[in-house]
Design a protein around this ligand. Structure first.
Ligand SMILES: [Fe+2]
Length: 160
């Protein structure tokens, strides 16, 4: 997982990540913390195992780390975070040894992660979409009533 650790320690990743943590310090809705990124990585890996996909663990963890890092630019500049996140992939991933093909796979998954991947028909995108949604414990959230997520997307009970 050397390349994944390189992402986390990359100066651009750290700058965006620290700014995001500061910006969301008092946010009452779901935050985009390291715990969220790691939850998404582990859920993606579970999905990959259960669906007998041959996705690389390193690619999964890299995607999970990068998928919401663009949120700080959304907060500061109003640009959708899947776009800024994909652009940050081009800055960070080649420095960490990811090939152009791997970078494109991660970027595409991030660009699609806000809409149902069934529309797209790619198992890797579907994995990120599912893990991102599943990572949230809506059933235990005090902000559920004010949340703008569709009720169908919410995790209103513990399930598998
Ligand atoms: Fe997310």
């Amino acid at each position: 997982m050397k390349r994944v650790n390189q992402i986390y320690h990359h100066p651009v990743f750290q700058k965006k990540f620290q700014a995001l943590q500061e910006a969301e310090k008092n946010r009452q809705f779901c935050k985009h913390t390291l715990e969220h990124f790691m939850d998404v990585a582990r859920l993606m890996y579970i999905y990959s195992l259960e669906h007998h996909l041959s996705a690389s663990k390193e690619l999964i963890y890299a995607t999970a780390l990068m998928h919401d890092i663009g949120r700080i630019d959304q907060i500061e500049m109003g640009i959708p975070h899947e776009q800024t996140g994909a652009a940050l992939c081009d800055v960070i991933l080649p420095d960490c040894g990811f090939s152009q093909e791997e970078t494109e796979t991660i970027k595409s998954a991030i660009l699609h992660h806000r809409k149902a991947a069934q529309d797209v028909g790619n198992p890797f995108y579907e994995m990120l979409y599912w893990a991102d949604k599943k990572s949230r414990s809506c059933f235990a959230c005090d902000m559920r009533k004010e949340c703008n997520w569709d009720k169908e997307k919410m995790n209103l009970e513990i399930d598998d």
